[in-house]
Design a binder for this molecule. Sequence first.
Ligand SMILES: [Zn+2]
Length: 224
Amino acid sequence: MNVFEAVKQSVTTRQAAEHYGIKVNRNGMAVCPFHNDKNPSMKLDKRFHCFGCGADGDVIDFSARLFGLGLKEAAEKLADDFFIAYDSRGRASPKESVRLKLAQEKQSRQEERDCYRMLCDYLYSLYEWKEKYAPKPEDDEWNPLFIEVLQRTSYIEYLLDMLLFGDKEEKEWIVREHGKEVRKLGERLSEINRKRRRNSIADIRGYRTGRERGRSLGYAGEER
Ligand SMILES: [Zn+2]
């Protein structure tokens, strides 16, 4: 039970008013603390109502107004003053739940963007592999990456299409169903690219050493 419910269930406005020094007569009437009242014109019971100024509400409203507090603070003060137990981790207040919802929205948009970027990278690689690893007549076997191109291209195009033009549910579905797979894909792509970079550096080095070796051989040759 949250503090509002706990307080409202445990204390009447009349009890609170008396506790805070307001004199309430036998009929439950008191001099109104919220306007310049001469005769008791406020009725106090579970709630309160002033027939003079129209002030009205429950015990939390009453205490908030009396002490110039927010409703939450007033409820907490009442709980303290009357030793009322409540669950402080109870239901999230509306503000908190709105904040939570916004945070979730932001998170989903971010996941969609990540997913989209990763799939784009992959699709570009597929297009690249299609050219680069296209089988030549003399090849005995097709390059596995070329086979991957054939197997995956239209499916990836379909997913990207949905991420771009789908409605909210479709986008969320892709992230939910394919998020993990796409993340793995991302790791695999960077692994492939790393290898390729290493190979091309090795190629360049090999080429240089070859040339240098050639030159020195040539030089040695001239020496002779
Ligand atoms: Zn009043």
